[in-house]
Design a protein around this ligand. Structure first.
Ligand SMILES: Nc1nc2c(ncn2[C@@H]2O[C@H](COP(=O)(O)OP(=O)(O)OP(=O)(O)O)[C@@H](O)[C@H]2O)c(=O)[nH]1
Ligand SMILES: [Mg+2]
Length: 314
């Protein structure tokens, strides 16, 4: 299938722009095509790491791309073309094993890419919202993840299994959403997780809650992930997100997440291309080419994500 960047490249070729500008934009697109996005998914055993990966991404792709990282033999590596998912083994089964897993996680967090930057772009810690004892999760977040990632904005804490947070009470099985009492319980949980991380580390992280099983707040989760993704890598998600519209349907209505997802991806690609073109165009300033590039990128993103239909209408 034609990728979003190929689509944009083709469309740009059709518009009336001078050769130099076109070349500058094309060169930038070629550069963006080489970008790799590395995401670590970690958490206690059974928290729902694998279910979360399958909810967010195209399941078939996730399965065919499965492999084992030969260096560690413990962290699973899924390659969805330019998205590399590092699925760590669940912690909490035995202290000796956890020590070994933690060591592998620290090693991966300290790995550098070819340009000398941290290889892992962001870490998603999946917390089991139905678990009483969250000690393993806090040890992982506070003692393993936070001390080993310098940009704290790249650490995400997501509370899964929100449907089971009150042992199944408060979950509306017909609508697949939490009822008022469960919402309140979950909001308090978010606050207490945030507080426990802050008190141990001084780092402020704002967790969210979702259900990978019932596909609730998956758009919110993706939105949360995109905002922590380096600007120029955001567009990578377009080709790989789950193509089943049902996944993106049920969210809290605090924001139009599906609109926001599209907007973030469009915005970061448009400004990257505008910035590249500016260099080639005499007298151009930042934003000069946005009226030309913006609609093309918008149409491309809209075409690929059109399967979500009305949800992405602007
Ligand atoms: N009720 C409920 N169950 C869930 C949810 N997410 C995952 N599960 C269930 O929890 C179990 C563990 O899910 P996995 O996705 O395998 O968890 P994991 O973190 O990958 O587990 P390990 O790889 O063994 O550490 C499975 O039975 C899932 O169906 C959820 O949101 N709600
Ligand atoms: Mg798993």
């Amino acid at each position: 299938m034609e990728s979003i960047l190929d689509k944009v490249k083709n469309e740009l070729n059709k518009v009336n722009l001078d050769e130099e500008t076109k070349q500058a934009i094309e060169q930038k697109i070629n550069e963006l095509e080489k970008n790799k996005l590395n995401i670590m998914i970690t958490g206690a055993t059974g928290s729902g790491k694998s279910s979360t990966i399958n909810a967010l991404f195209n399941e078939e792709v996730a399965q065919v791309g499965q492999g084992v990282d030969p260096e560690t033999m413990t962290i699973k590596k899924y390659e969805l073309d330019n998205i590399i998912l590092w699925d760590t083994p669940g912690l909490g089964d035995s202290p000796e094993q956890d020590k070994y897993y933690a060591k592998n996680i620290v090693e991966l967090l300290n790995k550098k890419d070819d340009s000398g930057k941290a290889l892992v772009d962001l870490v998603l810690v999946v917390v089991d919202g139905s678990a009483k004892d969250m000690r393993t999760s806090f040890e992982l977040i506070n003692e393993v993840i936070i001390p080993n990632i310098s940009d704290k904005n790249r650490i995400l804490v997501a509370i899964n299994q929100c449907d089971m947070a009150m042992k199944g009470r408060g979950w509306d099985n017909n609508l697949n959403i939490p009822k008022e009492d469960l919402i309140q319980f979950l909001d308090e949980k978010v606050e207490s997780v945030k507080k426990r991380i802050y008190e141990s580390t001084g780092v402020e992280i704002k967790p969210i809650y979702y259900s990978a099983l019932y596909k609730y707040n998956i758009s919110k989760l993706l939105c949360y992930i995109i905002k922590s993704t380096p600007d120029e890598k955001r567009i990578i998600y377009v080709d790989k997100i789950n193509k089943n519209p049902e996944v993106w349907k049920n969210n809290d209505n605090l924001m139009n997440y599906n609109y926001e997802i599209q907007n973030q991806m469009k915005g970061s690609l448009t400004s990257a291309l505008d910035f590249a073109a500016k260099g080639a165009l005499a007298g151009a300033t930042v934003g000069t080419l946005v009226p030309v590039i913006g609609p093309i990128v918008g149409a491309g993103v809209g075409a690929v994500l059109g399967f979500i239909g009305g949800l992405f209408d602007i």
